[in-house]
Write a protein that binds this ligand. Structure first.
Ligand code: NAP
Length: 185
């Protein structure tokens, strides 16, 4: 199992506008069953982690319905009202302390960090982020919610075009792999 950050981004590295709009993304063409699509990715996801803004966007966009069946951790410092019957826990603080419980709940499948970028960064800070999957839409936003506001080295392991999107899958380099890159080995 691995911990993935799978998201779509503008070319200039934003995953939402400053007003948390994804209209720029939803108007793009994508083959739902095509290369690196969400449908294929989601099949091996056993648990989700997301920040409060991402959770609130899903609830707005889906008219209050919760479509995920996997156990989900929503990170917030607030008491958020959760949809009835959803397998969601509110969480806060150190992601490393909760990662083990998320892995256990995922029962051998992968963990998906849905967003935002800083939450993915918190997993990376703790050395717990394995892969970053980005679907780049052909649009620039100029400002917004950042893709991944950290300094990381990554290895490009897969690339594909899915209609309007340039899709990349990257492995996060840590420890010896990062040192090897730094030393030019
Ligand atoms: N393009 C895509 O495919 C894609 C994917 C995912 C999300 N999005 C969008 O991107 C935007 C992301 O928003 P965002 O940058 O604000 O990020 P976010 O992670 O969705 O939300 C940030 C909030 O999460 C809470 N949080 C984060 N880490 C925490 C921690 N360790 N402990 C407690 N609370 C924590 C805080 O909420 P509190 O203020 O409540 O404490 C923080 O203000 C949203 O609009 C979302 O819809 C886009």
């Amino acid at each position: 199992m691995a911990t993935h950050y799978y998201t779509a981004s503008s070319l200039d590295g934003f995953i939402a506008t400053t007003e948390h709009s994804l209209d720029w993304l939803l108007k793009q063409e994508i083959d739902e069953d095509g290369p690196m699509s969400y449908a294929a990715f989601e099949k091996n996801v056993g648990a989700l982690a997301m920040g409060a803004s991402s959770f609130e966007w899903v609830m707005r966009h889906e008219d209050g319905r919760w479509g995920y069946t996997q156990p989900t951790w929503v990170f917030t410092h607030r008491e958020i009202t959760l949809p009835a019957g959803a397998d969601i826990r509110l969480a806060q603080g150190d992601v490393a302390e909760l990662h083990r419980a998320m892995i256990d709940a995922a029962a051998g499948r992968d963990l998906w960090v849905v967003g935002g970028g800083d939450l993915a960064g918190q997993f990376a800070d703790a050395g717990l982020l394995d892969e970053v999957w980005v679907q780049y839409a052909p649009v620039t936003l100029g400002s917004g919610a950042p893709l991944l506001p950290r300094a990381l080295d990554l290895e490009l392991v897969e690339v594909a075009r899915n209609r309007s999107f340039l899709c990349g899958r990257y492995r996060v380099l840590r420890g010896q792999a990062r040192e090897a890159l730094d030393s030019g080995e």
